[in-house]
Write a protein that binds this ligand. Structure first.
Ligand code: GAR
Length: 191
């Protein structure tokens, strides 16, 4: 008997991490478990929607602009996730500040492109590159209602070489994200 493990992936834009997770997990067998990816976005024009479609996967779209408050959006997001009843919720480029409506009901992990607690927020790669530090990195942590602040699950370093540009550094960060996030998910789900 094969047990189906549902992984919800929340994203807002490009969706390269979503695509990477689809490649690693969608319809894949791990012993007696089969994993599927279920994407949700808050942006109707997020590029990741098309990436998922190429694998025959439809994305749930919950347009945050249609809700009058953060809480009202979070109520709908929680409702959608609870209907799906996933084993894990992964935020991969989900650019929303969440309220306790979400964080008190849903256990989720978040991917962040810096060595937290350094460089929280939406410009982590740029700030990390401009900091003068010789390393940047990637963090996966539990989500709380405080931005980029929950318990750290795992991290990986990325060297900042003298000849790196912001673009080459960002590329290394994304490559590292694409390696670290599936590793963490496998460990958490015991796959
Ligand atoms: C990733 O670099 C992720 O770490 C970052 O957004 C990017 C999404 O890329 N998240 C944050 O900055 C969260 N604060 P993607 O849409 O191509 O996966």
């Amino acid at each position: 008997m094969v047990e189906q493990i549902k992984i919800v992936v929340l994203f807002s834009g490009e969706g390269t991490n979503l695509e990477n997770l689809i490649e690693h997990f969608h319809g894949k067998r791990f012993g007696d478990k089969e994993t599927v990816i279920i994407p949700i976005t808050n942006r109707p024009n997020a590029r990741g929607i098309l990436r998922a479609k190429r694998y025959g996967i439809e994305t749930h779209i919950i347009d945050h602009k249609a809700y009058e408050s953060r809480e009202a959006f979070d109520v709908e997001l929680v409702r959608t996730i609870e209907v799906i009843a996933p084993s894990l919720v992964v935020m991969a480029g989900f650019m929303r500040i969440l309220t306790p409506v979400f964080t008190e009901r849903i256990e989720a992990i978040n991917l962040h492109p810096s060595l937290l607690p350094l460089f929280k927020g939406a410009c982590a790669i740029e700030e990390s590159f401009a900091s003068g530090m010789k390393v940047g990195g990637v963090t996966v942590h539990w989500v709380t209602s405080e931005l980029d602040n929950g318990e750290i699950i795992d991290q990986a370093c990325v060297k900042i070489e003298p000849d790196d540009t912001l673009e080459s550094f960002a590329e290394k960060i994304h490559r590292t994200e694409h390696r670290l996030l599936p590793e963490v998910i496998k460990k958490l789900l015991k796959l």
